[in-house]
Design a binder for this molecule. Structure first.
Ligand code: DCP
Ligand code: MG
Ligand code: MN
Length: 347
């Protein structure tokens, strides 16, 4: 009639101690006086259980322990009878939900989200008011436009934004290569963001150096780019990456949308087209195919003769030389794969 008699040797109530300790850990990181009181109650019960030389068998046994009241005694009985504690599941699911909420903030990963939870934050409002939380500018923007950023836009809206942006770019330099990438180029019906690739054929002696900065200034002026999330370290580089928010100007109530700009040297255009068109699973399979042939594929193109550290494969001992990178077609050809147009690059 007692399916969980507890372990032999050591503490005869170790399983109860373990369950209550798990619950204590979950409660400890919660803010306010109520969880603090509960944490104190659980700690006292755990100490009493550790000090108790005999297996607890009944509600009455449990209640006789110093610091154990009705409610803790019920929990102890639940652990004895079921081996678990519903309350842990409940507390746990809250933490899972909150961490998920925080991970929806631009640039916030599992570790930061968990840290904020452990600091007692449960809502986006808590993050703004808790004096222990220091938010980056991008995180503040991420919170301000949380719902917009986590919403996917209809394909037509991505297209409309691109049709506004492209002529502004070409008005700076008509020889620019400006193309929309990502899910839009693959033909998807909705897009998480807008990915725009910029490059320029340097055979007339000019490049796209400085274009991105000029373009962003004009897009801000036009009310299209509204907030910056991540600016390039050096705008003079030919290879750059920008992340921000944009919206359709002159459309009442238009939502903020995520936008990425990527600039690459002309010689890497094919590698960049391939990489930023995706999808990420297709990219992974292409990289794998390249590796089986002794090549290495990244957003700059296909390389041969790359030597990797045998114990840490991500470290390149020799960078190798690019063998295909100007067009997507030549990369497919080098890999002996029949060319697949963007809308077929879904896995
Ligand atoms: N990419 C990748 N691996 C990553 C991130 C991105 O290979 N970890 C490549 C493939 C993606 C492209 O970059 O297709 C653009 O990245 P996005 O995150 O914008 O993804 P998508 O545009 O494909 O989808 P979404 O509609 O969600 O933006
Ligand atoms: Mg995208
Ligand atoms: Mn993107």
């Amino acid at each position: 009639d007692n399916p969980h008699p507890g372990p032999v040797g050591g503490c005869p109530n170790q399983d109860i101690v373990d369950q209550l300790s798990t619950l204590l850990d979950l409660v400890k990181c919660q803010p306010g006086p109520e969880p603090r009181q509960r944490a104190y109650t659980y700690s006292r019960a755990i100490s009493s259980l550790r000090a108790h030389p005999k297996r607890i068998k009944s509600f009455e046994d449990a209640k006789r322990l110093p610091g154990v009241g009705e409610r803790t005694a019920s929990k102890i009985m639940e652990i004895i009878q079921t081996g678990g504690l519903e309350r842990i599941k409940h507390e746990n699911s809250e933490s899972v939900q909150v961490v998920k909420l925080f991970q929806g903030i631009y640039g916030v990963g599992q570790n930061t989200a968990q840290m904020w939870y452990n600091n007692g934050c449960r809502t986006l409002e808590d993050l703004k008011t808790n004096p222990r939380i220091v938010l980056s500018d991008a995180q503040k923007v991420g919170i301000q436009f949380y719902d917009d950023i986590n919403d996917r836009m209809p394909r037509a809206e991505a297209g409309a934004l691109f049709e506004l942006i492209k002529p502004i770019a070409l008005s700076i330099d008509p020889a620019l290569f400006v193309e929309i990438m990502g899910s839009y180029r693959r033909g998807k019906a909705d897009c998480g963001d807008i990915d725009i690739l910029i490059s320029r054929d340097p055979s007339d002696g000019r490049t796209h150096e400085g274009i991105l900065q000029e373009l962003l200034e004009r897009l801000v002026q036009a009310g299209i780019v509204t907030e910056h999330l991540a600016l390039p370290g050096d705008f003079e580089d030919l290879e750059n990456c920008y992340r921000g928010l944009c919206r359709l100007p002159n459309v009442a109530g238009s939502k903020r949308r995520r936008i990425d700009f990527l600039t690459v040297p002309w010689k890497n255009k094919g590698g960049a087209l391939l990489y930023y068109t995706g999808d990420d699973i297709f990219n992974r399979s292409m990289r794998y195919k390249a590796s089986t042939m002794g090549f290495s594929l990244n957003q700059r193109g296909l390389s041969a003769g790359v030597v990797r550290d045998p114990s840490r494969r991500s470290i390149k001992l020799n960078k190798g030389n690019i063998v295909a990178s100007e067009t997507e077609e030549e990369i497919f050809k080098m890999l002996n794969i029949k060319y697949r147009p963007p809308h077929e690059r879904v896995t």
